[in-house]
Design a binder for this molecule. Structure first.
Ligand SMILES: *Cc1c(COP(=O)(O)O)cnc(C)c1O
Length: 737
């Protein structure tokens, strides 16, 4: 089995800078801004045209561009530095992990997730869960935690959002050109792309295997869009989260059972598995089955699988947990079940939800029963999850239910704007050149106090202008392409004013996120937006799930308000929210607003991205903000929603905060036109949020609290024993039915 970069397709790249090809196929470049500059300098127009996909760009760039670069000493100097840094990075043995766990037999974690948000050239994510998984993998690479990730090749992962004149969301599919993207075919011994059969499923399902290299971490992607499959099975991996239950079950079979099988076939050895949400939980069945086939006694096999699994649950919204009815399970698992040494009822009982006995196979209940460590994604969510799943541990009071919390964090090199990074560099102690590898250390961020107000404010203004010019640029292209309606020019941000206080709201249009909260009282909103001395603007972005008409209606409502002349073009909606738009928004608005129904937001991560760039959070105290808010780094308030749809009280609170606190602070200027008190809050935001809500802190928690403990067994085929230090005592066993 091997993956090789198809070097022969790059014969037009000169020897002297041929390393660009290796760089293009490793996403390491995407979180090192100086590396992306190499691509940009080579061919600026093509870089933009390819939407920052270096593989496509290198393929499409004519030889004279390469010759010019290879003759340019400045280019070569940069090239040599970057290639040196890249080479150093890829050397094992220099990482945090290698330093802290030197004597340990290799511990490798298999990390499974249904989505991975890594970069906008790879459409393998829908929202926050995917971006989190992407950030987790990048942090694993940075820290050198041996990890192998498994996900899907969603060739049609990007559904671009196009808003019609009446505000209705249309989805335009874009098919990934796999041969011009930073993905590699994994080849079998026969010289053809490796194809693996998902075990025991009838009729059979096959997956082809791809690989994306994320720094030091390989991510294997499963692809069912191949001739070997029956037509009805080809689309299993084509799009994210198929709505129809049976399609969804098949997706999860492929990810869990197929994913495990692929690792086995590749000969990847790992010591434990980390399931990012329940979609991949069938992998636990396959690991159990393999042990039984190898002759292990059932009790021991089950204890081993449990003992080597970590499960992270990501949502308190009941409808977001997959439940498959018994007849559907029977269709796919009747033939599988006997090999688990379980009677059918015992099998179904593994996924029984005590709140809803007999309703079907609940993937979260199953994953909780079959994993050793389970965690929510913020302290508050841990509490909510303990309460929610207490019936699985009927003898324990909720506070003793063994569901822990590891608060999410975001990958700082991906989300911190490079201009803010450069500002930090300028003031950082020269004795601390490696601060970028240590950014979960709060001491580093104290440097923010050294930056003069004027300078921090100037950088922020620059980023805000950049956002506004992006918005206008997109709008102009749409208009020039005869796709825009005049009425929508205002709605889509043409009249935004860089000097006005700008509040951003961007996330999926799930109902509980209450994107439309500020439209509760239109007269009040009118007064706020059109305040003569202290005008306020709102920029919205976000996609509704293609099958979610309620979400689409909320979006339409907001879009229609943004078209209303009454609001003077100060409410805007930006199309096609994704990682790229998210990046501009979390860098460039003044305030990041979040208004979920209380207790529904497990964590939320966009506010972390904003906060570390000095964008102030204004949010319901829910999810991560319960612990992130310190009274000086933004605004937080207790949400009230007495009944679904009762949004009045929270809307009033938001209006009051904006009118009485946020706008006065923003507009209180001294002679130098700098809002010094605001800048003080920006500093506090960066300092308090960056070191704590970063993926290094998060990953180190997973490593120190769970990973060594789940790596103590070694008997599964293709699984290996890691060191035994630091093993936690086993937690209480959950109720099986
Ligand atoms: C960070 C991010 C999210 C997550 O946002 P929430 O705050 O959890 O709603 C979703 N989508 C994209 C593109 C992101 O970058």
């Amino acid at each position: 089995m091997k993956t090789e970069i198809p070097y022969d397709r790059f014969a037009h790249v000169p020897e002297r800078i041929f390393g660009l090809v290796d760089l293009a196929y490793n996403l390491w470049w995407s979180w090192h801004s100086s590396a992306s500059v190499l691509f940009k300098m080579l061919n600026r127009a093509e870089w933009k045209m390819s939407r920052h996909n270096p593989v496509r760009m290198l393929l499409d760039t004519p030889p004279r561009f390469f010759e010019r670069a290879a003759a340019n000493p400045e280019y070569l100097r940069r090239y040599d530095i970057i290639m040196h840094r890249f080479g150093e990075y890829m050397v094992p043995g220099t990482s945090w992990f290698a330093q802290h766990y030197p004597s340990r037999t290799p511990l490798t974690i298999a990390y499974l997730s249904s989505e991975f948000g890594l970069h906008h050239s790879l459409p393998f994510y829908a929202g926050g869960l995917g971006i989190l998984a992407g950030d987790h993998v990048k942090a694993s690479s940075d820290l050198g935690v041996p990890t192998v990730a498994v996900g899907f090749m969603y060739a049609e992962g990007y559904l671009h959002q196009h808003i019609e004149a009446d505000g209705w969301q249309k989805n335009v599919a874009e098919i990934l050109d796999r041969d011009a993207a930073p993905v590699l075919r994994v080849m079998g011994d026969d010289g053809k792309q490796l194809v693996v059969q998902v075990p025991l499923i009838d009729p059979p399902i096959y997956v082809a295997v791809w690989k994306v290299q994320v720094g030091r971490v390989p991510l294997y992607l499963l692809d069912t869009h191949i001739d070997e499959n029956l037509p009805e099975n080809r689309n299993i991996s084509h799009r994210l989260y198929l709505k129809e239950l049976e399609c969804r079950l098949r997706q999860e079979l492929v990810l869990g059972i197929g994913g495990r099988k692929v690792l086995h076939t590749l000969g990847v050895e790992y010591s434990a598995m980390h399931l990012n949400e329940g979609h991949s939980a069938f992998s636990l069945l396959e690991r159990l089955r393999e042990r039984l086939v190898a002759g292990m006694p059932p009790d021991e096999a089950r204890e081993q699988v449990r003992g080597t699994s970590v499960f992270t649950t990501h949502t308190p919204v009941p409808a977001a947990h997959d439940v498959f009815p018994e007849d559907l399970m029977a269709k796919y698992f009747r033939s599988y079940c006997p090999s688990l040494d379980l009677a059918w009822d015992e099998f179904m009982a593994l996924g029984d939800d005590p709140h809803n006995p007999g309703a079907g196979f609940n993937m979260t209940a199953f994953a909780l029963r079959m994993s050793r460590f389970h965690n929510g994604v913020s302290k508050k969510h841990g509490e909510v999850a303990r309460e929610m799943w207490q019936p699985l541990w009927p003898d324990l009071p909720p506070e003793e239910v063994p569901i822990d919390a590891v608060t999410n964090g975001v990958h700082v090199p991906t989300w911190l704007n490079h201009r803010i990074e450069a500002l930090i560099d300028r003031y950082m102690d020269p004795d601390y050149p490696n601060w970028r590898e240590d950014y979960d250390n709060p001491i580093i961020w104290e440097v923010v106090d050294e930056i003069p107000d004027e300078e921090l404010w100037r950088e922020h203004q620059w980023l805000k202008m950049k956002l506004f010019s992006r918005i206008r640029d997109r709008k102009r292209r749409k208009w020039a392409g005869h796709q825009g309606e005049p009425a929508n020019l205002a709605a889509e941000g043409l009249m935004l004013d860089t000097s006005a206080l700008t509040i951003g709201f961007a996330r999926r249009f799930a109902e509980y996120k209450r994107a439309d909260l500020i439209f509760e009282d239109l007269d009040r909103l009118d007064r706020i937006v059109n305040n003569r001395w202290r005008p306020v603007q709102f920029i919205f972005a976000g996609k509704a799930h293609p099958a979610d008409d309620r979400g689409k209606r909320i979006l339409q409502k907001i879009y229609q308000y943004s078209q209303d002349p009454r609001f003077g073009g100060r409410i805007a909606f930006i199309e096609d929210y994704g990682e790229q738009v998210a990046r501009y928004m979390v860098h460039g608005v003044d305030v990041w607003m979040n208004t979920p129904v209380p207790l529904m937001e497990a964590s939320g991560t966009s506010g972390m991205k904003a906060g570390m760039n000095g964008v102030l959070n204004l949010s319901v105290l829910d999810g991560w903000w319960v612990e992130g808010y310190n009274g000086r780094n933004g605004w937080g308030f207790e949400g009230h929603a007495a009944s679904p749809g009762d949004n009045r009280a929270d809307a009033e609170t938001i209006y009051d905060l904006i009118e009485n606190e946020v706008a006065p602070l923003y507009y209180s200027r001294t002679m130098d036109d700098v809002p010094h008190k605001w800048v003080r809050m920006m500093r506090e935001s960066i300092k308090s949020i960056a070191p704590q809500y970063c993926s290094l802190r998060m990953l180190k928690e997973y490593v120190t609290r769970y990973y060594p403990s789940v790596c103590r067994y070694a008997a599964g085929p293709g699984e290996q024993l890691a060191g035994l230090e630091g093993v936690c005592p086993p937690g209480p066993a959950p109720r099986m039915r």
